[in-house]
Write a protein that binds this ligand. Sequence first.
Ligand code: TYM
Length: 332
Amino acid sequence: MTRIFSGIKPTGHLTLGNYLGAIRQWVDADQHKADALFSVVDLHALTVDHDPARVRRLSRQTATLLLAAGLDPALCTLFVQSHVDEHTRLSYLLECTASDGEMRRMIQYKEKAAREQAAGGSVRLSLLTYPVLMAADILAYGADEVPVGDDQAQHVELTRDLAVRFNQRYGHTFTIPKAVLPTVAARVMDLQSPTAKMGKSHAETAGIVYLLDEPDAARRKIMRAVTDSGSEVVHDRENRPGVSNLLEILAACTGGRPAELAESYSSYGALKRDTADAVLEVLRPLQERHTELCGDPGYVDAVLREGAERARSLARPTVDAAYRAIGLLPAY
Ligand code: TYM
């Protein structure tokens, strides 16, 4: 059976970008068609300046929101990364497989390191090695597919390179995974600056729709989205990023195609109204279920406990095999 792994880091409140770029596929397709594991990757949240209490709170909230969005523990495995030691065990072996230059070429590293430095902070070493831990997340489970948004494609490519290199040097150990991107909304853009990704850890929030935004707030953000000069509604990401972003959001929420949807609009106002309606239709049931689940913390704990147990039992044999293959003496 196909194995699927994906993760989400608790560095901020989940956004419409996270939902349309990743979570929606996990809920609607992945958990039904494969042995799917999804993780709240909390160790990744420690790679930038962080507040311990906030990370803890966001880890719980993220897990609860994933369940509210429709992940079903009867169909898939949901767990918290730090509950399964195999991730960090394997990460070290992959650090011994990757090169310094390879890490420094990662786009997200370059962007985030520049941001940290501009803010006067220092860059944590773990920010540089972040993609190695991500590779460990994926390879520990022998995942065939990694459903992610477009911004993670380079990291999955690196994961493939590391797996191939390890296998060539030390014998076949890892399955070579591939990234699977959604056909629309693989990169949802910020509503206020539509040439930048809608990101959960961005400080400026006017262009970000959060999954837990009040309906009025979400509608207001969409109605105030920056559109492009001109008034024609066309899907052209290069020249009309603002309108194209709205068309992609609408298409992803309604199951349409951006270019075809464009033909049915002659004004930005109507497009914004329909996009807001479609987004609210998606958010409403998710928020209702989230409220219910918040009243039952014991349920979320039980899901995460069982998820970690299953994840451990799957990862341990692969990681043990990697320890042997690379030349470490088996533990007594
Ligand atoms: P993270 O937490 O930033 O995002 C989680 C998922 O949401 C997708 N995404 C988006 N998709 C479309 N438009 C957007 N604006 C948008 N913003 C985020 C991301 O592509 C991702 O799929 N490094 C990963 C977490 C991770 C992981 C892994 C993923 C750690 N280990 C192993 C897959 C497999 C990250 O930072 O995602």
